[in-house]
Ligand binder design. Sequence first.
Ligand SMILES: [Zn+2]
Length: 255
Amino acid sequence: MFFLKGRRRRRLLQTPLADADRELMHRLAPLTAALPADLRPAHEGAVQVLLAEKHFEGAAGLAVTREMELIVAGLAALLQLRPDADWYPGLDTVLIYPEAFVVDHGVEDEHGFVHEGEDELAGESWQRGVVILSWQDVVREAEAHDGYNVVLHEFAHQLDERTGEADGMPLLADPALAARWNEAFAAAFARHRKLCKRRREVLFDQDAAESPAEFLATAVELFFEYPRDLKAEYQDVHALLAAWLHLDPAAWTAG
Ligand SMILES: [Zn+2]
């Protein structure tokens, strides 16, 4: 079975998107259109794998459309251009609500997930195989160049959770990278909290101060949305993310 899956993946990785799908993805998620030409075939292959292997489900009456699948897979695939791409092995389902959703503390919903905390959310990542997104926020943040991107944020949490713990330390195949990661991110997180206290932080939002996991997920958003600012303000974080993701958006976007 693993053999067949591997063969299917290799075929998908070499399959370009249909022209109409590519146009739709580039229009809805301009970040995917900003990718340098030499990375596009690998990116489209990654999109194909995610479209084939993940279930996309609508919640609260939402019917999933091709554009929803493409925008989510297109953005999530940006985090899978690493040599150690793993295709989010813990993730089965992307659950899409029409808009920001409210979750109640300790209530098991029809999907069998127990939610933590009560809040209005644009997205959530679950260790038990689910990413939950608000379509309204997905589409708005994918279009806007505003520092926010809930898809990148939640899929970054998925990668962080691969170690069994959402602690801001993803599973890193490169031991040299892993050795530098903790110290550099801990220092950046401490700096961010200090700047927040003094109201001097100009890049990361307050939510990133909540935990190392939130800091990492936000850093991944900024890495794509404001790469040059991240590089200027948090050089180590930018360098580690570039080494991990094998990308340098600071070199290919207007920043
Ligand atoms: Zn988060």
